[in-house]
Design a protein around this ligand. Structure first.
Ligand SMILES: [Zn+2]
Length: 561
C-alpha cells in the first residue's frame, strides 16, 4: 500500500540515468524452477530473492529497479508467458517530481478592501502539478463549490450551471451530510471515492480551474493539519499531464480551517453556515464575495522514467478480453540513518504480492487447454509514489480497459497460516462478490469486508487505478482468523503494522505460508472461472465506478460493431 506521507528516498536523482547493471548475470543466478502447482516453497523463494539486500529495496530509477525487472521478466518468460507489451515485458512510465521553492512562492486572497496573505505551512499548502517551474495566478475569482461533487447517478452536481474556467475553487473535504450522516451514495457502504481529495481535484480539473484548494477538516479527512503539511513538504510525484488520464488542476492545495474561516468571514459568510448549505440538496456554488487569488509558485521539476512489467497469456477464443492480476514491485530503496540495515526490504509490501502473481502466472501457463480470455500479469512500478504505474497503464493499456473484465490485486499479504475467512476490501461494491464467495466456499472460508479501522484501504493500492477507469476490481487482503486456535491472526496483522514501511519488513524463513497459498489458489480459481465465462461482472447500480464503466463499455461496443 502507498504511504499517505512519502518521505522520499533519494531515487529521483537517479531517475532517467542510464543504468549499467548486467542483466545476464543476475538472471542466471536467480532463476529457479517452479512447481506445477502454487506452492509455499516457490513463494518463499521469490520473496526471499526480491527482498534480499541485492535488490536494495527496489526503488524506481536505481540499480534495484534493474535487478527487479530483470528477475521478473526472466521468471515470467521461463514460465512460458509472452511479453505483454508488444515484444517487450516492459512498459516505460515517464514521471516528474516537483519540489516547491517555498522561499520564492507566495499566495494571497485580495478583496477591494484588504489582502489576506496565506502563509505556506500555517494557512495553506500547495503544489504545482505541471512541468512549469514558475506559475503566476492573477485575479482568479475564488468560488465556493461545496463538496465539489458531480454525481449524475445521484442527481447531484455542485458545479451545475457554473463556469469556473480560470477561477480558483474552494472545496469541502468529505461528503454532504458528513461521515456520520446518511450514506451519500446508495448501495455503497463505507467511504466513497467522492469523499477523497484526489476525486475533488480531478473533478475541479475537468472544469478547467486555475487552482483548487480543499478546506481542511480533521474529522472528515482523517488527517491532522501537520500531517497534510508534511505531505506537501517534499518532492511531489506525478505523471506528466499528457500521460495522465485524470490530471490535477495546475495548482492544488489545502487551506487550514482557520485560514478558511477568515477567508469566508472577509466575504461576509460563515464557514459553518456554508457547510450546512453545501450538505443540502439544491445547494448552489457561490463566489467568496469579490475575493480573488494571487499567487506566484516556483518549483524545481525533475523528469525521470521507470518501468511496469507486463506478461500475457493470449486467450484461445477471446484474446481481446482480459483478466488482469496485479501487484506492485516498487518499494522505498535505501535510506541512511534508519535503524537496522538502511534497506527497505519490502518483503510483505509487496514482494509477497509479486510472488503471488508469479505463482498464478506459472499455474495459468501450464494449463491445457488455454483459457478462452487472455490473462495479463501486470507488475507495476511507482505504487508507493501514488499509484502512478497503474494509473499510467490504464491510460495506455495492452488490452482496452473497456474489455478488461477484472483487476485482481495483491498488496501487503500477511502470513498467518490457514484461515477460515478472507478479507476483501470494498466488499459490497460489485458483482465480483459472488465470484469470490463461490471460490471461498470451496475452501470452506467466509468472505468478510475490511475491519472497521481499515475502511480506506480500498483507496490505497493499484486496483484503484483500474476502478477509476471503470474496471471492476477484486482486492483481497488474506485472512485474519486462523484455523489454528493457538494462532491469533489479527495480532499478527497488528504486529506487521509496526514493521510496515520500515526496514524491518523482512523475509522470515519461519513464516507459515499455507494461508498465502490458499489465497492464491482461491483467486486463481476466480480468474479461471472468469476467463472461461462470457460474463462481465459489474459495479453495483448507483455508484461512480458504474457510471464510468457504462460509458467505457458503451464505447467498446461502438468500437467493435
Ligand atoms: Zn504496497
Amino acid at each position: 500500500m502507498p504511504v499517505k506521507f512519502v518521505r522520499l528516498p533519494v531515487f529521483l536523482l537517479a531517475l532517467g540515468c542510464a543504468l549499467s547493471v548486467s542483466a545476464a548475470g543476475t538472471d542466471a543466478k536467480l532463476s529457479h524452477e517452479y512447481d506445477q502447482k502454487i506452492s509455499a516453497s516457490d513463494i518463499s523463494t521469490d520473496v526471499r530473492v526480491l527482498s534480499s539486500d541485492a535488490f536494495a529495496g527496489r526503488a524506481p530509477g536505481t540499480a534495484g529497479e534493474q535487478q527487479t525487472v530483470n528477475f521478473l521478466s526472466a521468471m515470467l518468460r521461463q514460465s512460458g508467458l509472452q511479453p505483454g507489451n508488444g515484444d517487450s515485458f516492459f512498459q516505460a512510465v515517464p514521471v516528474i517530481s516537483n519540489t516547491l521553492d517555498v522561499a520564492h512562492s507566495s499566495m494571497s486572497a485580495m478583496t477591494a478592501h484588504a489582502t489576506q496573505a496565506l502563509k505556506f505551512g500555517d494557512d495553506v499548502v500547495y503544489s504545482n502539478t505541471t512541468t512549469r517551474t514558475s506559475t503566476t495566478i492573477k485575479d482568479s475569482p475564488l468560488v465556493f463549490v461545496g463538496y465539489g461533487i458531480n454525481a449524475p447517478e445521484q442527481g447531484w452536481d455542485d458545479y451545475a450551471g457554473l463556469d469556473v474556467t480560470g477561477k480558483t475553487v474552494v472545496i469541502l473535504i468529505g461528503l454532504p451530510g458528513g461521515s456520520t450522516g446518511a450514506p451519500f451514495l446508495t448501495g455503497t457502504p463505507g467511504v466513497s471515492y467522492y469523499s477523497r481529495s484526489s476525486y475533488k481535484f480531478e473533478e475541479a480539473a475537468r472544469h478547467g480551474v486555475a487552482a483548487a484548494l480543499i478546506v481542511h477538516n480533521a474529522r472528515e479527512s482523517g488527517m491532522e493539519w501537520d500531517y497534510i503539511k508534511s505531505r506537501y513538504g517534499g518532492a511531489q510525484f506525478q505523471l506528466r499531464h499528457e500521460d495522465d488520464p485524470e490530471p490535477d488542476p495546475p495548482i492544488v492545495g489545502w487551506l487550514s480551517a482557520d485560514a478558511a474561516k477568515s477567508l469566508f468571514a472577509a466575504a461576509g459568510m460563515s464557514l459553518r453556515d456554508v457547510r450546512d448549505a453545501a450538505g443540502k440538496r439544491g445547494f448552489r456554488a457561490m463566489p467568496l464575495g469579490d475575493a480573488k487569488l494571487e499567487a506566484v509558485i516556483r518549483s524545481s521539476v525533475v523528469a525521470g522514467e521507470s518501468r511496469n512489467v507486463i506478461a500475457k497469456l493470449p486467450g484461445a477464443k477471446y484474446p481481446d478480453e482480459a483478466i488482469v492480476y496485479s501487484a506492485h514491485w516498487d518499494h522505498f530503496g535505501t535510506r541512511l540513518g534508519m535503524r537496522g540495515d538502511n534497506i527497505f526490504h519490502g518483503a510483505i509490501d509487496n514482494a509477497m504480492g509479486v510472488a503471488g502473481v508469479l505463482e498464478i502466472a506459472a499455474q495459468f501457463a501450464a494449463e491445457d487447454p488455454k483459457p478462452d480470455r487472455s490473462v495479463i500479469f501486470f507488475i507495476p512500478t511507482l505504487e508507493e509514489m501514488g499509484l502512478l504505474g497503474s494509473k499510467y497503464y490504464t491510460a495506455h493499456p495492452v488490452v482496452p480497459v473497456a474489455n478488461t473484465v477484472v483487476d485482481i490485486n495483491f498488496d501487503v499479504l500477511v502470513p498467518v497460516g490457514v484461515t477460515s475467512n478472507l478479507v476483501v476490501a470494498g466488499l459490497g461494491k460489485s458483482g465480483l462478490d459472488e465470484w469470490v464467495k463461490r471460490a471461498a466456499q470451496k475452501q470452506d472460508r467466509v468472505v468478510v469486508g475490511d475491519p472497521p479501522g481499515m475502511i480506506d484501504s480500498f483507496f490505497r493500492s493499484d486496483h484503484l487505478s483500474f476502478a477509476r477507469a471503470g474496471v471492476p476490481v477484486l482486492y483481497i487482503r488474506g485472512g485474519d482468523k486462523s484455523r489454528d486456535p493457538g494462532v491469533d491472526g489479527m495480532a499478527l496483522w497488528n504486529a506487521f503494522g509496526k514493521r510496515y514501511h520500515t526496514p524491518a519488513d523482512k523475509f522470515d524463513p519461519r513464516w507459515d505460508l499455507r494461508g498465502i497459498v490458499q489465497d492464491m489458489q482461491l483467486v486463481c480459481d476466480v480468474g479461471e472461472a472468469l476467463a472461461a465465462s462470457r460474463e462481465w461482472p459489474d459495479w453495483n447500480e448507483g455508484t461512480l465506478f458504474r457510471t464510468i464503466r457504462d460509458r467505457s463499455r458503451a464505447g467498446a461496443e461502438a468500437a467493435r460493431y
